[in-house]
Design a protein around this ligand. Structure first.
Ligand SMILES: Cc1cc2nc3c(=O)[nH]c(=O)nc-3n(C[C@H](O)[C@H](O)[C@H](O)COP(=O)(O)O)c2cc1C
Ligand SMILES: [Mn+2]
Length: 511
């Protein structure tokens, strides 16, 4: 019945009204979600080889499933724990991470996220001696990452992945800008880790720039990290922006960094487990495959750069954040990613200056928010929908992977796929209303092209599911109740024997 309410996302308060988050590190945040009944602690021994992933997958076959803290892991020689489904498909945990009201709708969370993402707070440096991540420091030969309960997720995975729910820091040699990205990392040996970055990702561009100079690329990777830095590492920002500044802004508190020992990059001071290392020019080892966010093994085993680990920093009983890549709703690239990506797409469209856009949603069930973007708009002139479709398809936040860009009128809530299907089925004429963009930015992980080398060149369908602008005045009226009839029936609702209150309708047959 909300179909008849129209789409009116409540304007969120400005970020000045948003208080800072009331947690400081991953452990505080776990206490917070525990108090809200959103964390399950698993004390029984679990095998990190596939059993951990199986439990995570089976426990997350429904939306809003709890986070899982595995406290006892077979083969663990470090006293480590593993957190899985940290955010997953839970909008409540997203809200608790960024300090929003968990009862907001998805559309309201997107609007509120745009506001808190506007606030920027630069990181601060804390002394090495008080940084929590320095409770344990190991160097060179003292380091043995095989002592950790590093998960192997899927039966066809090429190895154990220490980095999935990680953040990875690199810098660009020309500008010194530090990038934060989430990139998978396969354990090769006690001090060797494979790093896979897709073409176009900042971690890869940074590494190529160092190697072009014949110099090693310094890397810092955190394998146990708080939810905000993780979420920010997964979003696309311009190379003139700092993921740390945005993370600080979202939290309302500066991100705390501290000095590393071996590299010039900083390390997150409150992380659980961090390594410092070097990617040396030409040092490649076979990496992958990994069961991916698409729900498939996306890419054949191939040579990828190896991080030579120089130092390790950890808290006592560190918590590794493991991100299961799987079909919705079991994928860690879940609702948080969909909300933030949608907010970024709306920001991009606003910056470009295209009028009339009222909402957007990158649905998480569409290959983890990467496959489909629905954009809602008020059509104002001939060609407007085609313009919005093309700009949405190629704006920085939406350009990667997205195959289906669907424009709907502003009476359609883009977060409600039932309404989107109605628009596709009643307002879109496929022979007229679909355009295709070719050779667009995609990834080797897209299984839909059989020849793997072609996969990084994607394609996009632009689908106009708005009422045809040419005939908008003649377009058949939708079936709506008359207001007086609605009000009469609503008044009789209890008398008619209905226990629930009558549906609230806002749009009526024109008088
Ligand atoms: C759990 C998770 C795993 C990811 N794994 C990879 C990966 O292995 N390689 C990659 O290029 N991107 C991966 N991504 C996507 C990138 O994090 C994302 O595109 C981000 O924008 C990269 O940062 P950048 O824009 O600074 O390059 C992953 C994202 C998530 C949330
Ligand atoms: Mn970046």
């Amino acid at each position: 019945m909300e179909e008849l309410l129209g789409f009116q996302p409540a304007p969120a308060a400005t970020w000045k009204d948003c208080p800072p988050v009331n947690w400081r590190d991953l452990r505080d945040w776990l206490d917070l979600i525990d108090r809200n009944g959103l964390l399950v602690r698993i004390k029984q021994p679990v095998d990190p080889d596939q059993e951990l992933a199986a439990i995570t997958f089976m426990a997350t076959r429904r939306e809003n499933a709890s986070a899982l803290l595995f406290e006892t892991l077979d083969g663990d020689r470090f006293g480590a724990r593993v957190l899985a489904n940290m955010l997953g498909s839970s909008k409540e945990r997203y809200a608790l991470a960024v300090g929003l009201d968990p009862d907001l709708s998805i559309a309201e969370m997107i609007a509120a996220t745009r506001n808190i993402m506007r606030r920027r707070i630069a990181p601060v440096r804390v002394p090495v001696a008080i940084a929590r991540v320095n409770e344990i420091i190991l160097r060179e030969d003292e380091i043995d990452l095989t002592a950790f309960p590093v998960p192997k997720f899927w039966p066809g995975d090429g190895g154990r992945y220490v980095g999935t729910g990680d953040i990875t820091l690199t810098s660009h040699p020309d500008t010194g800008r530090i990038n934060v990205g989430v990139y998978r990392q396969m354990l090769h040996g006690p001090r060797q880790i494979g790093l896979y970055c897709s073409p176009g990702k900042h971690g890869l561009l940074d590494r190529e720039a160092w190697w072009a100079r014949g110099e090693p690329c310094e890397v810092v990777a955190a394998y146990g990290i708080d939810p905000v830095l993780f979420m920010l590492g997964a979003q696309v920002f311009g190379t003139n922006e700092s993921e740390f500044d945005v993370a600080g802004g979202i939290m309302g508190n500066a991100v705390e960094l501290t000095d590393a020992e071996h590299v010039r990059l900083p390390i997150p001071a409150n992380a659980e487990l961090v390594i410092e290392g070097l990617l040396r020019p030409g040092n490649l080892e076979p990496e992958g495959p990994l069961g991916e966010f698409t729900g498939y093994y996306g890419r054949e085993r191939s040579p990828q750069p190896v991080i030579e680990v120089k130092a390790l920093h950890a808290r006592r009983s560190p918590i590794l954040t493991a991100a299961l890549m799987a079909k919705y709703p079991s994928c860690e690239i879940g609702v948080h990613y969909a909300i933030m990506r949608s907010a970024r797409i709306l920001d991009d469209l606003e910056r470009i200056g295209v009028p009339g856009v009222v909402g957007a949603y990158a649905h998480p069930a569409a290959a983890s928010g990467w496959g489909i973007v629905v954009v809602a708009m008020q059509q104002q002139y001939a060609g407007h929908a085609a313009q919005v479709l093309a700009l949405t398809a190629q704006c920085p936040a939406a350009a990667y992977y997205t195959k289906w860009i669907i424009a709907v009128d502003d009476d359609i809530d883009p977060t409600n796929f039932n309404k989107v299907m109605w628009a596709l089925s009643t307002r879109c004429h496929p022979a007229e209303d679909i355009d295709v963009l070719r050779n667009t930015w995609s990834t080797g992980l897209d299984p839909s092209q059989y020849i793997a080398e072609q996969r990084p060149y994607g394609s996009k369908a632009l689908i106009n599911a708005c009422k045809p602008h040419r005939y908008i005045k003649q377009f058949p009226p939708s079936t709506l109740l008359r207001r007086d009839v609605y009000e009469r029936v609503a008044a009789r609702w209890p008398e008619l024997g209905f226990a629930e209150p009558p549906p609230k309708l806002k749009v009526f047959h024109p008088e």
